[in-house]
Write a protein that binds this ligand. Structure first.
Ligand SMILES: Cc1cc2nc3c(=O)[nH]c(=O)nc-3n(C[C@H](O)[C@H](O)[C@H](O)COP(=O)(O)OP(=O)(O)OC[C@H]3O[C@@H](n4cnc5c(N)ncnc54)[C@H](O)[C@@H]3O)c2cc1C
Length: 462
């Protein structure tokens, strides 16, 4: 293995001195994850501006036996995008590769480089009269490459699916520096294995995404947003069933928010809900290109009140009001971070098990970790709850993880619905996935990255 300084010199040969950051003051913004749980120390930070440069960097590191950690917007919540603290790993930021290469409103596709900010891509699609439906609170910083590598979910999965459902083509640099160009725009392509699927959700452990072609949809002309209080999570599920019966697949988002979540948002973001009553709230959005949506939504909500599935509620009268309702949901994560320490769980269970999961996990925590508070919210329409536990210094995160994840496992759920494994949940993945599934995972990693140099210690232990 070459020393890091040999590698650094060779990298400067490609990128110039300005393209290789070796001073800690320059590296620092890249070295810590969003949650500030995993402080890292890279050998250097490199910021290539083309796929060819990415390939050259990876090839040099591969020859030298030096690990490479890809990073997009660094908004991941599982510590996947930061290096370890050894000072030997090269952090490869894609943030200079931010171009939108093409928007095709007829073929309904967008091709963007990995470092393109998600919001920028959404706006480009919108300007062409189309919708890029991946939407999450971090969309102003998250990148296309990061979203693909994390197979991000967000608030529109109910109607449009996870990122995986929207990826048509990928360009990837493999761990030895080879470029795999699969930037096809095809809706139908059964010519052999669909290898790009391996890289979607692989969290930078199998290859570096340098560009992607994503599917666009018609941009809906009408939308309705409402915030409702509901008696309990079971009623929230019945409201979802009613909404889907009455509005069909026009329901795009169905978010559950607890009173605790709204309390945090009021305290730390100064935002208050327009309705007071209730312990549980639902933020529902429906969108359509056809007229009549609002009337249908009002009829549906009238029925919900009549059957006491909903207790109180407001329908946004304008885009600005809809944004205010969404702000309540979007500020939960940041407000929680301001409140203090928390142990986060991004879990999914079969939809009908959500109420039982919430009740049982609450009871198990009260018994096994007294003094903790639960901040539960999330994408109820997908069975995905962010079940975060607010803790004091005395609480052991491992004990809390075990309590919550054992309940998840009992319901046949997943310990990571959308945030991925990163370095945060490596042990939990090994514990809750079967030996056969872990064996498949290790075989795939060995096949593509036999030296284990791409984002080591993420998803699988190094
Ligand atoms: C306030 C807030 C709200 C969020 N809400 C959601 C949500 O609703 N749904 C959701 O799914 N996530 C959510 N997230 C998590 C996060 O925003 C997403 O996972 C997002 O996709 C990460 O994109 P990024 O560019 O920041 O990636 P990074 O954080 O930089 O990286 C994430 C992972 O992908 C790898 N990676 C990054 N770029 C590349 C690349 N080009 N090639 C290969 N690997 C790469 C990294 O090594 C890392 O393992 C939220 C985060 C925050 C802070």
């Amino acid at each position: 293995m070459s020393t890091s300084s040999d590698v650094t010199e060779r990298l400067k040969g490609i990128l110039g001195s300005a393209g290789v950051m070796t001073d800690w003051a320059d590296q620092e913004p890249y070295a810590m994850d969003w949650r500030k749980l995993f402080p890292g120390k890279p050998a250097c930070v490199v910021r290539p501006s083309s796929t060819e440069q990415v390939a050259q960097i990876v090839q040099i590191c591969h020859e030298a036996g030096v690990a490479v950690v890809p990073q997009g917007g660094n908004t991941g919540l599982a510590g996947g995008a930061v290096p370890d603290s050894s000072g030997t790993q090269v952090l490869l930021s894609l943030n200079r590769m931010a171009a939108i290469r093409n928007v095709d409103p007829i073929g309904m596709t967008i091709e963007a480089e990995a470092g393109c900010i998600l919001k920028v891509a959404q706006d480009a699609a919108s300007s062409a009269g189309r919708l890029l439906p991946i939407s999450l609170a971090a969309e102003g910083s998250a990148t296309i490459g990061g979203v693909v590598a994390a197979n991000a979910g967000g608030v529109n999965v109910l109607r449009y699916g996870m990122t995986r459902n929207l990826v048509l083509g990928l360009e990837v640099v493999l761990p030895d520096g080879t470029i795999a160009n699969g930037l096809r725009r095809l809706r139908k392509d059964n010519a052999g294995y669909d290898w790009k699927q391996l890289f979607i959700g692989s969290e930078g452990t199998l290859g570096i995404v340098t560009a992607a072609v994503l599917r666009l949809l018609p941009r809906p002309k009408h939308s309705v947003t409402a915030l409702l209080s509901v008696p309990d999570p079971d009623a929230a599920l019945r409201l979802l069933e009613l909404a889907q019966d009455e509005l069909g697949d026009q329901v795009t988002a169905f978010e559950l928010i607890s009173r605790t979540s709204l309390g945090l948002v009021a305290r730390h973001a100064g935002l208050k809900p327009p309705i007071a009553e209730g312990e549980w709230f639902v933020l529902i959005e429906a969108a359509s290109s056809l007229a009549g949506l609002r009337e249908a939504a009002e009829t549906m909500l009238g029925s919900a009140f009549e059957h006491v599935i909903a207790l109180d509620g407001v329908i946004a009268e304008s885009g600005a009001q809809a944004a205010q309702l969404w702000a309540l949901r979007e500020h939960v994560t940041e407000s929680e971070a301001r409140e203090g320490k928390s142990v986060k769980h991004d879990v999914s269970v079969p939809l009908t098990s959500v109420p039982c999961f919430l009740a049982e996990a609450g009871e198990a925590l009260a018994a096994g970790a007294p003094g903790t508070r639960v901040n539960a919210f999330g994408h109820l329409g997908d069975g995905n709850i962010h079940y975060n536990v607010l803790v004091d210094a005395g609480h052991d995160a491992n004990v809390i993880n075990r309590i919550v994840h054992d309940v998840v496992a009992a319901y046949g759920g997943s310990i990571s619905a959308e945030h991925g494994i990163g370095q945060y949940r490596v042990g939990e993945l090994a514990r809750y996935r079967s030996p056969v599934e872990m064996d498949i995972t290790r075989k795939l990693k060995r096949a593509l990255d036999p030296e284990g140099l791409l984002n080591p210690g993420k998803v699988l232990s190094a």
